[in-house]
Design a protein. Structure first.
Length: 259
């Protein structure tokens, strides 16, 4: 069975997102479960599901949310799987042609180092998360919210390598000011009666995903859990609904890859 650290090496060139009503998402999930296998990293959950909680960082002026300059290309977050004692410090970067991710695993107790208190980091250069700490300090970022949801994760492979389908439900958010996680219970619900579905792959769209798009008549749309949280928590006005667009099933459009 894969270890928790194997998540560190996961990278997909494309992430195509969808917002589906729960009934349709469940049909897609049932269909996919017959053709794919559980992600090996779900060993801390039940079957092919687990809970994800993430702390998102932004500036005082919410430059990441408003996509100002270089802030519009990347997100910084701390991700936790279920109630693990390990967390991942992540930078998720998007350019014109791909989505890449840098991840470092550290004990959850070491998040105190991100409070910008010199007493918490007696030997900062020796800390595995120093690159993350340095980036958020330089960019003037701090935790602004925690987002939590239950994920179903399925994988398979073709000639291009591994590809992955995820379905996220029970999406909730909390306002935060410190690099520490709230208890899973509570939080404001962000999405009602819908799931967020993502198809992740490295090169050309897998035939299985093309079949799913045709069978379920799915249309992709740019969705950001972070943007949903910022507006849901009242940090910024809700943005107008985005226009959905039909995805070419032969090759994925880089514009469909969202962070």
């Amino acid at each position: 069975m894969a270890t928790l650290e194997s998540r560190e090496n996961r990278a997909f060139a494309y992430e195509i997102k969808f917002m589906l009503p729960v009934c349709e998402a469940r049909e897609l999930r049932d269909w996919a479960r017959k053709r794919m296998r559980p992600d090996p990293n779900t060993q801390s959950g039940i079957g092919d599901t687990y809970r994800i909680s993430s702390l998102y960082f932004d500036t005082r002026d919410f430059d990441v949310f408003h996509k100002r300059g270089s802030f519009g290309r990347c997100k910084y977050r701390v991700r936790r799987y279920d109630c693990s004692e390990k967390v991942f410090l992540e930078r998720k970067l998007r350019n014109d042609h791909s989505v890449t991710k840098r991840r470092t695993v550290v004990p959850v107790a070491e998040l105190r180092r991100l409070r910008q208190d010199p007493a918490c980091s007696p030997e900062p250069e020796k800390w595995a998360g120093r690159w993350f700490e340095r980036r958020i300090e330089t960019r003037g970022m701090a935790p602004v919210c925690q987002i939590s949801y239950v994920r179903t994760a399925l994988v398979s492979e073709d000639e291009s390598g591994l590809f992955r389908l995820t379905l996220d439900e029970d999406l909730r958010a909390w306002a935060v000011r410190e690099p520490a996680f709230h208890a899973i219970s509570g939080g404001g619900a962000l999405v009602h009666d819908h799931m967020i579905v993502e198809m992740k792959f490295r090169l050309g769209m897998p035939a299985l995903f093309r079949e799913a798009l045709e069978k379920f008549r799915i249309e992709s749309q740019p969705i950001s859990k972070y943007r949903l949280a910022v507006t849901g928590l009242g940090y910024a006005p809700a943005t107008p609904p985005v226009e959905t667009h039909t995805l070419e099933t032969g090759n994925a459009s880089p514009a469909a890859a969202n962070i």
